[in-house]
Each structure stands twice: as C-alpha cells, then as structure tokens.
Ligand binder design. Structure first.
Ligand SMILES: Cc1cc2nc3c(=O)[nH]c(=O)nc-3n(C[C@H](O)[C@H](O)[C@H](O)COP(=O)(O)OP(=O)(O)OC[C@H]3O[C@@H](n4cnc5c(N)ncnc54)[C@H](O)[C@@H]3O)c2cc1C
Length: 415
C-alpha cells in the first residue's frame, strides 16, 4: 500500500528541511526523506548573506536559526598584498548597511543548521525519515518515490516531488533535467578552526597574498570557518596527514596580521577541497517535480551564496504552492524565470570575484592594486558586490556586462 502526501521532499539538508518546515506549518502533509543518519561536516556553507537572511526572515525561520545559535557579523575587511593593512582596517565595511532590518550576515555551522531545520520540520508536523535509501523516483503525472527504511521497502505518492538532494541530485536525473556547468576556476579548501579566540567574533575578512587567497568567517566561541583558494595546478597542495597543518600555515600573511590567530588555531573538523565552478538548469522543474537549492544548480562558493539562493528558492516555491489549489498543476514558470536571471547575475559576480581574488602572479597583483586604488575614489567599480551582499536584483543591470567586467579588471572588452 502506498502512503499519500501533499509533497515528497527528497533530501533533508538546508532546502529540504526549510521547505518541509514552511509547508508543514501551513498544515500540509509533507514527507521529508534524508539519506544520512547524522549530519556531518563536509565543509559546506556557514555564512548567510544579508539578502539571504531577509529570505530566512520572510519564510519565518529567522527566530529558529537565532535560537539555535546563529550569530551576526558586523564588519568586513579586504586585505591584500598590495594594501597597507592599517588602510584596509580603516576602510572596514559595516555589514548592517545592505538590507533594512538585517544586522549583517548570519553564521551557523552547517551540520547544526541542517539538524535545526530537520527538528523544526518534525515540530511543524512533517513526516521525517533519516537513513533512507531511495530506490526509485518517478516524477510525471502520478509522482511516486520508492525507498527502503528500517529494512522495509515503502512507496509514497504525492502530486509533487521536490528535489532538495544537492549537487548530485537523483531527482534531477529522474526528471531528465539537464545541468549545465562551467569550467572550474580554482581549488577551494575549507576547515573549521578552534582556539582562535583572539580573532574578533564579529569580523569577516578576505585577502590575497602570494599564491593563496583566504576567507575567514567566525562562528563564535573561538571557532572560525576558514577557506583558502589556489591554482588548479596545485591539486595536491594540502594532501596527506599534514595537510590541515600546512593549510593553516598558508594563512600567515604580512598583509593580514590578524591571520596569526588562525595559524595558531587547531583543526576542529575535516579538511575538504572542492574545485569551484558554477552550474545551472534552464528550467528547474518538470511534470510532477521541482528542484530547489544545489539540485537546481549552484553558484561558485567563492561568493558564499548557496544558502541564500536556497532560502530564496524555498520562499518562492512555497509561495507558489500556498497559492495553488492543485499542486499537480502548480505553475513554476515564474520561479524558473526569476532563478535564471538570479543565477546569471550571480554567476557574473562570482566570475569577477574569482578573477580578482583567486588569480595569482604579477599581472593579477597589479590588477588588484588598481582595483583597490580605484575603489577609494570611485566605489561604483565595486557595485557587483551589491549583488553578493544585498541581492542580485539590487545592482543595476549594466553591472552585469562585459563593459563592467573590463572596467574592474582593467582589460579590453570581450563579449
Ligand atoms: C566549500 C564550500 C563552501 C561553501 N560556503 C558557503 C557559504 O559560506 N555560504 C553559502 O551560502 N553557501 C556556501 N556553500 C554552498 C552551500 O553549502 C550549498 O549551496 C547549500 O548547502 C545547498 O543546500 P541544499 O539543501 O540544496 O543541499 P545540501 O546542503 O547538499 O543538502 C542536500 C541533502 O540531501 C541529502 N540527499 C542527497 N541525496 C539524497 C538521496 N538520494 N536521498 C535522500 N537524501 C539525499 C543529503 O544527505 C543532504 O542532507 C558552500 C559550498 C561549498 C562546496
């Protein structure tokens, strides 16, 4: 006998847990299927941009994340080998200025974030299962999911299957939705550091020196999530048992003196490396299915927006569903159109940021110097950063053009 629901959500990470919470709070019968039994640190997103925090507020989950220990950052500093650190610190950016009623980005550890949303979905009345092995996903006119749980095979039916199952989405494959990907740009390695209590709790920083670019986002209580970017040719750079120590040593930079607190810290989790790129789908839906979060295509993590993107997906998809009398006929075209332009703009911003921060050598160094100098007299050159902090729709359309890219990088316009 098949069990019947209003929607089956495949994947209980950020997107799945959030959507299940929102829809179950609205009185819908939701089945949330998560394959892991414990959320582990895979070095994923822990920084929600101000516009993403606004999305969290709009779907009613802000209090949940704050109660779970989510904490705001107040200042951003961009260090660079071409800048005097004192000047960088004098021009620290206040992070409350981007979105009304949002004090700044919100940080919360990824496994804890997933568990918090999963617990919220339980509290809201969703049927939630962990340790699930999905054996078949059948979208189409009569959507159906077959899965094994506690040694039994079960079948669930609903008018809609939501694919919230991340980058390797089986739902996307089952619905034959094509994923486009661009070329990797750099390696991106992350680690949680503890014992870095002297790094200010409210300060995020980025910087580039030599052949390494860093990012640091404090998580509170002396813990800082750090990332490092380096050239694709250096694949083995932090391999082996000494990798985490070598990685932290790479943060020693004269242009960012406070990094010594990170170097003195201890690894508090695994070291994972990813190659950074962008991906997208033309239409993140098909009959009987809609995709949210990474399953629908992800943005290069260099600008740290996957969580914000996912929360906006949850907001738009849940609004469409709440207004739809029949979920089998829910019209996701407005979601597809908004997401296409959103991802195009964010892809542009990420490409530009990656070219600035994660390219190395004399030419890249001169380019950054020129950019930072120009920023002091003409901040409009950094307007693509508005897309990252305040949301892609807040920056003027002319920012997302070859002309703006050429202006930022000091290069000839190329189509
Ligand atoms: C190195 C790195 C750093 C990042 N940093 C940031 C950052 O600072 N800020 C930010 O906003 N974003 C960041 N991101 C991106 C962010 O982590 C993701 O965009 C976000 O986690 C996407 O959420 P999701 O729910 O779509 O997918 P996921 O978080 O990947 O969750 C998917 C869930 O589905 C489950 N699942 C998968 N397959 C199945 C299946 N067959 N059956 C059942 N369950 C299944 C998984 O177990 C998982 O729980 C980063 C990404 C990387 C790689």
């Amino acid at each position: 006998m098949a069990a019947h629901y209003d929607a089956i959500i495949v994947g209980g990470g950020i997107g799945g847990g959030a959507l299940a919470s929102v829809l179950a709070r609205d009185g819908r019968r939701i089945l949330l299927l998560e394959k892991s039994t414990v959320y582990e640190d895979h070095v994923r997103g822990e920084w929600i941009a101000p516009w993403g925090v606004k999305e969290v507020q709009r779907i009613g989950l802000y209090g949940t994340l704050r109660d779970a220990g989510g904490h705001h950052l107040a200042r951003h500093i961009t260090y660079d080998e071409t800048r005097d650190p004192a000047v960088a610190e004098q021009t620290a950016m206040p992070l409350a200025m981007f979105v009304p009623d949002v004090p700044g980005p919100l940080c919360i550890g990824h496994p804890h974030h997933c568990q918090t949303l999963f617990d919220e979905a339980v509290r809201a009345g969703a049927t939630t299962l962990r340790g699930v092995n999905i054996t078949a996903i059948r979208p189409g006119a009569t959507p159906e999911v077959t899965y094994q749980h506690n040694g039994r095979e079960e079948v669930a039916r609903a008018p809609l299957i939501v694919g919230a199952d991340g980058r390797l989405s089986e739902t996307r494959q089952a619905a034959a939705i094509t994923l486009h990907q661009d070329k990797p740009h750099h390696w991106f390695t992350g680690l949680l550091v503890e014992g870095a209590g002297q790094w200010p709790d409210d300060l995020q920083a980025i910087g580039t020196e030599g052949d390494f670019g860093f990012l640091a986002f404090p998580q509170g209580h002396g813990r800082v999530r750090v990332y490092g970017g380096y050239a694709l040719a250096q694949r083995q750079r932090f391999a082996g048992t000494e990798g985490p120590r070598h990685f932290l040593d790479a943060f020693a930079m004269t242009s960012s003196p406070g990094n010594r607190f990170l170097v003195e810290g201890r690894p508090a989790g695994p070291l994972f490396s990813y190659f950074n790129n962008d991906s997208w789908t033309d239409e993140p839906f098909a009959p009987g299915t809609v995709l949210i979060g990474d399953a629908a295509g992800w943005n290069d993590p260099i600008v740290g927006l996957g969580l914000s993107i996912t929360y906006r997906d949850v907001r738009i998809v849940s609004d469409i569903l709440k207004a739809a009398p029949d979920w089998a006929k829910a019209d996701f075209r407005p979601f597809g159109e908004e997401r296409r332009e959103r991802m195009r703009r964010l892809r542009f911003a990420a490409h530009l940021q990656a070219a600035l921060d994660m390219e190395f050598g004399a030419r890249a160094r001169a380019r950054r110097q020129r950019y930072h100098d120009m920023m002091l007299t003409d901040p409009s050159i950094g307007l693509h950063g508005m897309a990252v902090m305040a949301g892609p729709e807040t920056a003027p359309a002319e920012i997302f053009t070859p002309e703006h890219r050429a202006r930022v990088l000091g290069e000839e316009v190329t189509a």
